[in-house]
Design a protein around this ligand. Sequence first.
Ligand SMILES: N[C@@H](CCC(=O)N[C@@H](CS)C(=O)NCC(=O)O)C(=O)O
Length: 241
Amino acid sequence: MPYELYYWDGIQGRGEFIRLALEDAGAKYIDKCRSSTGTQVMMEFLKGSHGHDHMPFAPPFLKDGELVVSHVANILFYLGPKLGLVPEDEKSRLIANGLQLTITDFVSEAHDTHHPISTGDYYEDQKTEAKARSTAFIKDRIPKFLGYFERMLSTSPSDEGFILGNGLTYVDLSLFQVMEGLHYAFPKAMKASEGSYPRLAALREKVSKRPNIAAYLKSGRRLPFSESGIFRHYPELDLGD
Ligand SMILES: N[C@@H](CCC(=O)N[C@@H](CS)C(=O)NCC(=O)O)C(=O)O
């Protein structure tokens, strides 16, 4: 039975962290909302009218048989051992989950740069606040989060440049996506700080060259970044010249 991934059609968004894990592992999955009736089925799940005793609050969620798992970090916690994307011992799994939850926080802050006041309102209605939020994000939050991951990479026992040691984990794939997203959204700020994160830059490069990831990135399954996703490029929110 293939896994079923439920996520808004047309954007990478948070669903991309799951896609990258499934793609790297060569797992069989159906990206449900890319089919004509998928979004309708997803909405039924979210309304609780699908006969399941538990309904997720928001996408992404993954269906594996009768099991429905929500939240990016939770889905990856579930998939990690099945896909061979995390060591199986408890300590490693908890460390990986802690790192992934830190990525969740970071992604949420990246989202808030363009929607600092209300997710339900247009960016155009919160541009002044978005500029203030983005300025602080670039000045304080990107360095704090990326500095942390860079430090974790430098203290990792891995001699291959991965964050947990002993091979790639789903956290490395998510860090690739975070770096891709930040470079898309804030190209000038990321260029200006390029020299500060050599290990993250090397990891980004390394992940992009993994055969399954390279094939995925070239395929139609990889949706482009856009101003409907989490990482959005509004030039006015980036570093000035
Ligand atoms: N913590 C959740 C966040 C899920 C989330 O915010 N999903 C967004 C799409 S990326 C959504 O549809 N949210 C609906 C809402 O917050 O009302 C995760 O990491 O998966």
